[in-house]
Design a protein around this ligand. Sequence first.
Ligand SMILES: [Zn+2]
Length: 335
Amino acid sequence: MRFIYLLFFFIVSFFSLSCNEQHISSSVVVPTVEVIDDTTSDNNTTGEVIDDTTSDNNTTGEVIDDTTSDNNTTGEVIDDTTSDNNTTGEVIDDTTSDNNTTGEVIDDTLINTTKLYWPIDCIPGQNCTIGHADINSDGLAFDCSKPGYTGHEGIDISISWEQMDEGVNVYAAQSGTVLWAFDNPSAYDRCIANDKHQDCKAPSSGLEPNLNDGYAVCTELGNYCRKDSGYSQCFWCFYGKNIVVIRHDTGSVEFTRYDHLKSGSILIKEGDYVSRGQKIAEVGSAGHSTGPHLHFEVWLNDYYDLAEPFSGECGPNYNNSLWNYENTPWKINTE
Ligand SMILES: [Zn+2]
């Protein structure tokens, strides 16, 4: 929301620059509602400005679009309350997100805080890569591409060692209470494939409550059983060494899990309340890991009830993305 406030501030300053000259033609074009629109009236190609709020203080909305008129690089704002009757405004901004020149539309009807926030400070295809989940083990990711590997239970978002050393933030994908946080500050967090370091290897003994051995960490025995398990006491083990699981009290999923975090980077502890988008740690390569990446996992309605947040024709989530902003959630981390 802070981002939106900044842009509204920008609206104000932009009006002061542009409105006087545009009003010269407005009285001729559409005198009854004090709207200026120089594309529909004269078919020129120099852009358009519509502003019916500063002139008459009505409530029917306002539009500013300054890309075609002045080619500036400071961003642009559209707020058309008349198009969707929302109350929070809409934003077009093609400078802060990807510096392209063609413009993009971020419609805040898609900024849906009940959906998941992109949990890492990187943009796939730009400065990180995705290995997709395959939670139904059919060898296909949601979009029918190859997953990270067959049966992959989460999404791996990979960065370089240099990025890891500089620090790449991991964010809470939704608000909630930290259920488990394992931070082993002295653990080796630069594991690679087949790494012989003790902290990168399988535990030397069987899994049991409170185990912290090799790449494995296990919870205490507690009221952590799946609804259909028939047990009253359960524990869970994770192979990410430094991991966080958050239980959400809002939104459409119950838990999110973050693995392989950089040792000593975890900023929260069990029982803490965290807000959607809050930094909780940094990316590492701790535990059963082949390089620096975030393993991000979604549990929909129960412990380990794996879900695919991306929607696509190869499923298992076919229609409704669990992400904010559909299948490109990283685009609105500037909200
Ligand atoms: Zn993974």
